[in-house]
Design a protein around this ligand. Structure first.
Ligand SMILES: [Zn+2]
Length: 219
């Protein structure tokens, strides 16, 4: 059975929830996967995507230990803001080698890396789970981006949803999740941009097979 837990609390004290799904034969499992949504609070479509994936994993367990964190930034989602309640862009806040305190182009990275509770919760979960496959959900484009060892997975996911696959989004992203876990650590990092479910129900039918594939479910 899936196991739900609270992995941390936000700036405003909201729970950050995660659900763990175990494969049938735990001993033969591949390295764990973590999928997370709404690191940007103004991208609630990503929460819906992971809630739908959770429903499918309740029906049939994944082929590897899988952690879903549908909503990493619930304060931002509640307020309708991209940033967290301290107005930090959490995707510029990881302790990557390229992190910088410089406030660039509207992205506030915080005054020091990994001091915001939402990012700390995710960092600690990745360590605890020993996860090597990491899927970051964003909105509202249709594309699959990869860092580190994520190219093969991104290409397979892109083929399944018909989205463009790229290893370079065209601008620097200091302190991003992909910079730390992909570029610095060489893990299998895929960033998936999905359209808004609220106005376009096709989004889930487009992404469903790719997300199932990412957790070793039949597509
Ligand atoms: Zn985003």
């Amino acid at each position: 059975m899936p196991e739900a837990c609270v992995i941390g609390r936000t700036v405003l004290g909201r729970d950050i929830e995660a659900v763990r799904f175990d494969p049938p034969d735990y001993a033969r499992a591949r390295p764990a996967a973590i999928l997370f949504g709404a690191i940007h609070g103004d991208e609630p479509a990503t929460v819906l995507q992971l809630e739908r994936l959770a429903e499918e994993l309740i029906e049939r367990p994944p082929g590897r230990v899988t952690w879903l964190v549908p909503c990493l930034n619930p304060d931002g989602v509640a307020a309708g803001t991209k940033n967290n309640a301290n107005d930090v862009d959490l995707n510029r806040h990881f302790a990557s080698r390229n992190w910088t305190a410089a406030h660039q182009g509207g992205y506030f990275p915080g005054t020091a890396p990994e001091t915001e509770p939402e990012v700390r919760a995710l960092v600690e979960l990745i360590e605890r789970a020993g996860a090597r496959r990491l899927i970051a959900m964003h909105a509202t484009f249709r594309c699959v981006n990869w860092d580190g060892d994520g190219k093969a997975l991104a290409e397979q996911m892109g083929a399944l949803c018909g989205y463009e696959v790229t290893g370079d989004i065209g601008y620097p992203t200091p302190g991003s999740f992909g910079s730390k876990y992909g570029v610095d650590r060489g893990l299998e990092v895929v960033t998936m941009e999905v359209p808004y479910l609220e106005v376009d129900e096709r989004a889930w039918t487009e992404t469903r097979a790719a997300l199932r594939f990412s957790v070793d479910l039949p597509t």
